[in-house]
Ligand binder design. Structure first.
Ligand code: ZN
Length: 285
């Protein structure tokens, strides 16, 4: 097994996922913040995008010449009724349009867990497959790649029943066997760092299916399942090793920092968070 670690990453690849500063900043401030700190990429969340307005956001992002490394997020397909599933698909079609308006590199899909009252995870996974299949034609027409984000299995019930890279890539192979570029994956280290198959699955994904790369760190101990992600360098993830796998597989895209941190980073001065992010990206990522 190759264990080559590269040098410091290209600072131009750093991107801010706005979840990282969501407690302190709205989208307009996050855009300004990126511009001020020389961070060249941004990945907005749709609630913040709605609050700012899509047109206004697109203009501000363009004015600062930021790359939109993804739009978070579509997905959440499973529902207990056919009407509920249709509603989810309609919302996903709108998400494609929003991503297109921003010139995003992909629409991130957090696929959803079990419908309320259900214990049938196999059926939830089928609903995910059907949902993505239903939105693919619109995504292709808009030239907007869909990026499935496998989530750590601790979220299988309530957020995403796609939990490993292998599972996400099987779905890609089923729905887009020709690797058209319309469907791929997000590698978020928080969710997949532990997977013994990670290196092999990154290689399997290859350049065409590796659409985004989310970084942060896994803290020991982790005190909250959702809101206790660490800054790069503060935990146990070998980020340089995983980046070497990504690059080895042909990934040339951004390194997007996504940190949900209710008790630490969300309580800090956001300008300090961005400065730390830049330093830690260079040092540990
Ligand atoms: Zn992520």
């Amino acid at each position: 097994m190759k264990r080559k670690r590269g040098g410091a990453p290209d600072p131009a690849k750093l991107s801010l996922n706005t979840a990282t500063t969501r407690a302190q900043w709205g989208l307009a401030e996050a855009i300004e913040g990126c511009a001020r700190h020389g961070i060249r990429g941004i990945s907005p969340w749709r609630d913040q995008l709605a609050a700012m307005g899509v047109k206004k956001a697109a203009r501000a992002i363009k004015a600062h010449d930021l790359a939109v490394t993804g739009l978070c997020r579509g997905g959440m397909f499973p529902a207990s009724t056919a009407a509920g599933r249709r509603k989810a698909i309609e919302d996903n079609l709108r998400a494609i349009d929003e991503a297109h308006a921003l010139g995003a590199r992909c629409l991130v899909l957090v696929v959803g867990g079990l419908p309320k009252g259900s214990k049938d995870i196999a059926s939830a996974r089928e609903q995910v497959r059907d949902g993505i299949r239903a939105m693919l034609p619109h995504a292709k027409a808009a030239d907007m790649p869909l990026a499935i984000e496998p989530l750590h299995p601790m979220y299988a019930a309530d957020r995403a029943c796609i939990n490993t890279m292998a599972q996400a890539l099987d779905l890609c192979d089923a729905l887009d066997p020709r690797k058209s570029g319309a469907l791929g994956v997000v590698v978020d280290v928080y969710h997949v760092w532990w997977d013994p198959q990670l290196e092999a699955q990154i290689r399997r994904a290859g350049r065409k299916r590796l659409l985004a790369y989310h970084i942060c760190d896994w803290l020991v101990p982790t005190t909250d399942l959702l809101f206790d992600r660490g800054m790069m360098g503060d935990g146990v993830i070998d980020l340089k090793l995983i980046r070497s796998w990504m690059e080895g597989a042909g990934y040339t895209g951004a390194h997007e920092v996504e940190i949900f941190s209710a008790n630490n980073w969300w309580k800090r001065d956001p300008n300090g968070v961005l400065s730390t992010m830049k330093q830690r990206h260079q040092r540990y990522s």
